[in-house]
Design a protein around this ligand. Sequence first.
Ligand code: GLP
Length: 243
Amino acid sequence: MRIIRARDYSHMSRQAANIISAQIIMKPDCVLGLATGSSPIGAYRQLIDWHRKGDLDFSQVRSFNLDEYVGLSPSHPQSYAHFMRERLFGHVNIQPQNTHIPDGTAEDGEAECARYDALIRSLGGIDLQLLGLGPNGHIGFNEPGEFFEKGTHRVALSTETIQANKRFFGREEDVPRYAYTMGICDIMQAKRIVMVVSGAQKAEILRRAFFGPVTPLVPASILQLHRHFTLVVDQEAGALLPE
Ligand code: GLP
């Protein structure tokens, strides 16, 4: 595990964007694993900026998003499909047909999860996976539990996650109760992983995830076992990490 200690959110975002852009430059048709939430927004902004300056070409990039809410269509303003269009895809030259997100409206959830995993495999797996960290240690929507779930699956969101995400929906009742998420196996099979974590409210869970035991009770802790894992933290989030 490599830890990059950034000064603040914008420095953290730039460091993460550097790693992503290096991946795209090294392998223009790379497969990126992408994340939502507030943590990666700054990195996406930086990538858009470099693309506008002519330094970054997404024309051959393929992407898989980690997760999507069950029941939300891609046009729903809180769907992750909408988030990705607003925050990245709509501003760079990635081909829409090369971007993949689980279909929240799929009638057969199990078939949708199997389709998603098969598609990831058919494109050769993920070259670089970007992650945020949930307040309870989740990655994607892999919630704390008794075991590490393998592939893409449907998950019941924890009370803590519903609480954390209600800020986007206005009312708690409007937050979907279920989501599709890539599993721990999908994430761990990525050739490289970069996680961005910012803010004092993540400091304690960050310490538990990376300097505590590897346990499904803190899903992100499994990343300690990944061979090419880079953690990019800002000063506030990294405050409780050992020197
Ligand atoms: C959501 C997403 C996660 C994300 C987490 C943290 O639950 N499914 O992929 O990492 O939120 O979000 P934030 O970066 O806003 O703290």
